[in-house]
Design a protein around this ligand. Structure first.
Ligand code: HEM
Length: 413
């Protein structure tokens, strides 16, 4: 029987979970693969751990200025956010932006986020316990970014959820649950970006009058290269933090709970031993690989894994595949909460390594401590719905039962 053709651009193949087999085939036979998309067009798909790490660590030869993902509004050579939004910026500008955003990820801020997330997650789990269950994706997982957005941006719980609704729509631009499939994808992305900008423009208007102890107020008073930040720079970087943090942590939470339910012996081990929590969170991050790939552009001709990448070529670094490379991980297909070492690439590595990594670890640790301490282990209570995306591994509906009196209906079965 012939194997189906490789196509890493088709989101439906990801929804059906076929990407693991496609990526494993590439990793074993062609870890630096030219993925044609048409006559004379295509991109490189890097699937081996070493090859992916090499490109992440080489920010001299590989640029981030073509934006973070394939397709959508990011088809052009230079993304409109290039040089403005941290994730789409190269040195030396990247360093200036990152230094100034660091405040939002300091130890003080992490403590503030931890307190906020603890309160919200406890309340959400109490509600779910009273109801006997919940849709974990919408009712509990979204409280992780809500806590972070409230602390970092200084907005209310309600506004945080409004923003999360917008970023979910942006990340879900190919999913009919979030966006009309008959609309042009570029248009959907442009409109969602405009809504996110409008959200932050409103916050900016308020903070000009009422400055507070939050990132927006800080950026309004900050200088870069001896001049104030422009409004565009503030808007793009607030959007970067919101889009970078909202869906990644909440969808990782969903994949983690689903994996625990699917591996009851691992779940039981976590319930029995709180010391497993740190390694468990890292294994959940590896297993989920929520940010499936990142994109780079070659600035000159470079050799990677014996292939010559030409100047101007587009590359995709498949975190989800590197995280299952048997040359790096023993039994990579085993979900092992005690796995150490676990040098997963879920946060990337090098210059652009996730600035929110500590924040995400904190949010996920709080959540999985609570999940481990539930009176009875959570169980699946309905069909799981996956996000239609080849970029983010998401779960848009995860109906679970917490063993109480009533079972809540799934959000969109
Ligand atoms: C499980 C959670 C998370 C995952 C899997 C994740 C994944 C990633 C990855 C792979 C990158 C590297 C992008 C690249 O190299 O092009 C990145 C960068 C980034 N992440 Fe995260 N992230 C998570 C949580 C967060 C949180 C909570 C925030 C903020 C609140 C955040 C904000 C950012 C930002 C702003 C960048 C750009 C950093 C730079 O360009 O220097 N992320 N993230």
């Amino acid at each position: 029987m012939t194997e189906p053709a490789i196509d890493l651009t088709d989101p439906d193949r990801f929804v059906r979970g076929e990407h693991h087999a496609m990526l494993a085939r590439l990793r074993e036979t062609d870890p630096v693969h030219w993925h044609a998309t048409g006559p004379g067009s295509g991109f490189w798909a890097l699937t081996g751990y070493d090859e992916v790490a090499q490109v992440y660590l080489d920010h001299t030869d590989f640029s981030s200025e073509s934006g973070p993902m394939l397709g959508g509004s990011f088809r052009s050579e230079r993304d409109p956010s290039a040089g403005l939004m941290m994730v789409a910026t190269d040195l030396p500008r990247h360093r200036m932006i990152r230094q100034q955003l660091h405040w939002a990820f300091s130890q003080d801020m992490i403590r503030k986020v931890a307190a906020q997330v603890t309160t919200l997650v406890e309340a959400a789990i109490d509600r779910a316990l009273a109801d006997g269950g919940c849709d974990f994706s919408t009712d509990v997982a979204t409280e992780l970014p809500a806590g972070a957005v409230m602390a970092v941006m200084g907005v209310s719980h309600r506004d945080a959820h409004e923003l999360i609704g917008l970023t979910r729509r942006m990340i879900g631009f190919r999913d009919p649950y979030f966006a009309d499939p008959t609309e042009d994808e570029r248009l959907i992305l442009a409109m969602t970006q405009a809504d996110i900008f409008e959200f932050f423009a409103e916050v900016l208007r308020d903070r000009r009058k009422n400055p507070g102890d939050d990132l927006v107020s800080r950026l309004l008073g900050a200088e870069m290269n001896g001049r104030p930040w422009t409004e565009d720079e503030i808007l793009y970087n607030c959007m970067n933090i919101a889009v970078g943090g909202n869906e990644t942590s909440s969808y990782t939470a969903c994949s983690g709970l689903e994996a625990l339910i699917g591996h009851p012996e691992q779940y039981a081990a976590l319930r029995a031993d709180p010391h497993l929590l740190d390694s468990a969170v890292n294994e959940i991050l590896r297993w989920s690989s929520t940010n499936l790939y990142v994109r780079r552009g070659a600035l000159r001709d470079v050799e990677v894994g014996g292939r010559t990448i030409r100047r101007g070529d587009v590359l995709t670094l498949w975190n989800v595949s590197a995280n299952r490379d048997a040359r790096q991980f023993t039994d990579p297909g085993t979900f092992d909460l005690a796995r150490t070492p676990n040098r997963h690439l879920s946060y990337g590595t090098g210059l652009h390594r996730c600035i929110g990594a500590m924040l995400a670890q904190t949010e996920l640790s709080i959540l999985f401590r609570k999940v481990a301490d539930l009176p009875t282990a959570a169980r699946l209570a309905g069909p799981v719905q996956r996000l239609r995306s080849n970029f983010i591994n998401g779960t848009t509906s995860l109906p679970v039962s917490f063993g109480g009196p009533r079972q809540k209906e799934a959000r969109h079965a």
